[in-house]
Design a protein around this ligand. Structure first.
Ligand code: FMN
Length: 300
């Protein structure tokens, strides 16, 4: 595994699916297809949607129309999702990612350690996942993103932080040269980011979609029965931006800033705050033409 892994200045986060080369049925949409071509042609870094060690049936299932309600559009180019990490498991997805790499995509796998199974199991499964990526991707496997998304109660956040730090320490011991990106949520305190930096993570990515009740306080989420869901795109920008501005003052490690980008001005804003790279997700699904323009301009 190589030490240095250079991210492109604009990166795509999860909007190209678990293999990192496009999501069906978006691939039927000509604008999205054009965007995909631009991502590949420009060598833009793509973080996949999260994999878990084993197949996981979340809330949203592409083949079941009754579950499509778990992904909704919000005004101002926003989205609300309670996807629930539906995925085919790391073995199947690593093979798909290997295919993407052979076809010229620049893909970094995103893995979700299932802390709900207990720290020991989550750690064992994460180490197994890394070996599976190594076997399938070979020397092309040099980087991994860990999704430390976490729920919103204080106890859950505390546990998530302890588990996240313990896992990161173990991974660093076993794989000192892996380019390790940790993805944060707005509910993670900045001190957590500092501790991750001290453990030697290679980059931090902030932020994941924002719990509905934080973006719309006092309002009940249309997906309240599924835990409320996460808000992304335009309605998330203000909070994501404020979080990132604070985060930059706490850590020196490279930062991928994202959350709520809907136009070039938002990208500028993140670079002005000191981002090393800026991530796009919802924009690629809501307005792929604008996402394409941003990707083609690179830094903007
Ligand atoms: C439908 C959907 C599915 C997502 N799935 C994942 C996921 O599997 N893993 C992850 O780390 N982030 C996931 N995200 C979060 C995005 O990667 C991104 O961090 C977040 O949406 C904020 O960026 P944005 O406002 O540019 O979309 C998902 C977002 C959306 C809208």
């Amino acid at each position: 595994m190589k030490q240095a892994h250079h991210l492109s200045r604009i990166v795509i986060s999860t909007a190209l699916g678990p293999a990192g080369r496009g999501i069906f049925p978006y691939t039927l949409w000509p604008d999205y297809l054009r965007f995909l071509r631009a991502v590949r042609a420009t060598g833009t870094t793509v973080f996949t949607k999260s994999a878990t060690r084993f197949r996981r049936g979340g809330n949203f299932r592409p083949a079941n129309p009754f579950t499509w309600k778990y992904i909704q559009r919000l005004p101002r180019m926003g989205m609300l999702n309670a996807y629930g990490l539906t995925n085919r498991g790391v073995e199947a997805l690593a093979r798909q990612i290997a295919k993407s790499l052979r076809r010229g995509w620049r893909v970094i796998p995103n893995f979700y350690p299932e802390f709900a199974k207990g720290l020991e199991t989550a750690a064992k499964e994460t180490l197994q996942a890394i070996e599976i990526y190594r076997q399938n991707l070979g020397p092309a496997f040099s980087a991994l993103e860990l999704n430390f998304s976490c729920p919103n109660s204080q106890e859950a956040i505390r546990d998530n932080i302890i588990q996240g730090l313990t896992l990161t320490r173990r991974l660093r011991e076993c794989y000192p040269n892996l380019y390790l990106v940790v993805k944060l949520s707005v509910v993670h305190p900045y001190e957590f980011a500092q501790e991750l930096e001290a453990l030697g993570v290679s980059a931090l990515h902030a932020v994941n979609s924002i719990p509905y009740e934080l973006v719309f306080p006092g309002r009940r989420s249309p997906l309240w029965q599924a835990g409320g869901g996460g808000v992304s795109g335009g309605p998330a920008f203000r909070q994501a931006c404020a979080y990132n501005a604070g985060l930059r003052t706490y850590v020196k490690v490279p930062l991928i800033m994202g959350g709520g980008v809907t136009c070039r001005e938002d990208v500028h804003r993140y670079f002005d705050l000191g981002a090393d790279a800026v991530s796009l997700c919802t924009l690629a699904l809501r307005h792929p033409r604008e996402a394409e323009a941003i990707v083609r301009r690179g830094r903007c």
